[in-house]
Design a protein around this ligand. Structure first.
Ligand code: NDP
Length: 477
């Protein structure tokens, strides 16, 4: 059967209200940062989108001071029911401006508009609504009658879900009475700065939220700042370890959400077409730039050939290209650096003897793109089975027995997520219990809800985000 040809259906770029320049947000105002300005690029076209002011050491000091003052004078003393009103207001403004934010996210990040519009933005708003609901009920959260906030939180987020990671960090911090200084990733600062506008629109008291664009050095300054009470970081395991070393021996609290190499386990009784959809969603959603991506497919040996046939056919139907086109399934890789990292690891996979299949889809000449790729005949010792590729590349391994599946799934320094595909409910429960992963999906993948805690084991980090347990990361308990 042939594939339907779709006419182009581009979303209007004008909706993003793109400005030529953006500035750091400190103490309720946009201010000229005294760091070296950076240029943020559209990864789908390589054009410069905007110039963004960055924070220097003195800007970090000013922002932390503003956050401390807002914490002491305004935010901590404010009754939870009042804090909740601000969070509800922010949530509603995000919904009102969601189209603008979705287009801007897609321009700055390269992710398909259908994902930023239908997945990221609704989940961002949901996070603020969910945590708004907690703000006046903290005494019923199971942390004692009067749980206290920690103080000023320094938050550092990556580029793969810029606004969603901001929401995961800011919503619980504010609901529990903390103030924040947040550093977005160098390559995706724009939606965080529009979020700062939303804070102004919501009349959030100055200093409660501060946004400092910049490179890793701004993050490092936050980590080392003596007047910060808590660091929340999402990003690579390498930087996470560095941060942990720096925070060790200080009174700062720390939560780390790091990399992953999740096993997506398909048993021989699984509904294969559904499993194929879950595998595709698990690794090609957001170009595979997902810490909990199902990047290792573990297929039971008796069905691997049939599963791979169906998978390759399905993957060959994915449309790669302009992220603003509403029909696009796979958008652009976020940066030239990330693209070269993916290419290097894929070359290693070939050199180590795995069998590479890459979708024959056309790849645009300009921009950073990588066609969906599936490696079969992968062995556990290969780098593509061990390291986080963080791109649209799946490594397929096989197993014969449930015990072997569990052993292979757990054979990783990470432990963020896993998937199980089988018709047997009892098997789901027994396997899930034995997987060392923070989140285990059954007959689905990549489902998120603000009420469900998310976080890892081992080198995937510690601490949970979301749900009641996620509040603990911002409370003195
Ligand atoms: P990083 O861990 O370097 O970036 C995450 C955030 O930390 C960014 O805001 C970054 O700033 C900041 N940062 C960098 N260095 C420091 C430091 N020393 N102290 C404090 N903050 C710092 O990830 P990369 O973007 O470099 O991606 C590299 C790899 O990490 C990817 O290929 C992928 O494998 C993995 N990764 C995993 C993520 C996950 O969610 N688990 C998310 C992103 C990446 P800046 O923006 O300037 O880099």
């Amino acid at each position: 059967m042939g594939i339907f040809e779709y006419a182009p259906a581009p979303e209007s770029r004008a909706l993003a209200n793109l400005k030529p320049s953006y500035r750091p947000f400190i103490n309720g105002e946009f201010t000229d940062g005294s760091g070296e300005p950076l240029k943020t690029v559209n990864p789908a076209t390589e054009e410069v989108l905007a110039e963004v002011g960055t924070a220097s050491q003195s800007d970090v000091d000013t922002a932390v001071k503003a956050a401390r003052k807002a914490y002491e004078k305004t935010w901590r003393p404010m009754p939870g029911a009042e804090r909740a009103k601000y969070l509800f207001r922010i949530a509603r403004l995000i919904q009102e401006r969601s189209r603008e934010l979705a287009v801007l996210e897609t321009l700055d990040n390269g992710k398909p508009i259908k994902e930023s519009r239908d997945s990221d933005l609704p989940t961002v708003a949901a996070h603020f609504f969910y945590h708004a609901g907690w703000a006046d009920k903290l005494e019923y959260a199971g942390y004692g009658p009067d749980p206290r906030p920690l103080g000023v939180a320094g938050q550092i987020i990556p580029w793969n879900f810029p606004l969603l990671m901001l929401a995961w960090k800011i919503a619980p911090a504010l609901a529990t009475g903390n103030t924040v200084v947040l550093k977005p990733a160098e390559t995706t600062p724009l939606t965080a700065l529009v979020f700062a506008e939303i804070c102004q629109q919501a009349e959030l008291p100055p200093g409660v939220v501060n946004i400092l664009p910049g490179a890793g050095d701004v993050g490092a300054r936050l980590v080392n700042h003596e007047d910060i009470d808590k660091i929340a970081f999402t990003g690579s395991t390498e930087v996470g370890k560095e941060i942990q070393r720096q925070v060790a021996g200080t009174p700062k609290r720390l939560t780390l959400e790091l990399g992953g190499k999740a096993a997506n386990i398909v048993f021989d009784d699984a509904p294969l077409d559904q499993a194929v959809e879950g595998i595709v969603n698990g690794i090609f959603f957001n170009q595979g730039h997902v810490c909990c991506a199902g990047s290792r497919l573990l297929a039971q040996e008796s069905i691997v050939d049939e599963l791979l046939d169906r998978l390759r056919y399905r993957v060959s139907t994915l449309r790669l290209g302009d992220p603003l086109d509403k029909n696009t399934d796979v958008g652009a890789i976020n940066s030239a650096d990330q693209l070269s990292k993916i290419r290097d690891l894929v070359e290693t996979g070939e050199a180590e003897g795995a069998h590479r299949w890459t979708s024959p889809c056309p790849v645009p000449e300009r921009g950073f793109f990588f066609a969906p790729t599936v490696f079969s005949d992968v062995h556990q010792s290969m780098r593509i089975a061990r390291e986080e590729i963080f791109g649209p590349v799946l490594s397929v391994l096989t197993f014969r027995t449930p015990d072997e599946a569990v052993a292979k799934a757990n054979n990783t320094p990470y432990g963020l997520s896993a998937g199980i595909w089988t018709e047997k409910g009892s098997r789901i429960l027994s396997i899930a219990n034995r997987l060392r992963a923070g989140v285990v999906w059954a007959n689905t993948f990549n489902r998120f809800d603000p009420a469900a805690p998310f976080g890892g084991y081992q080198e995937s980090g510690f601490g949970r985000e979301g749900g009641r347990i996620g509040l603990e990361a911002y409370l003195d308990v």
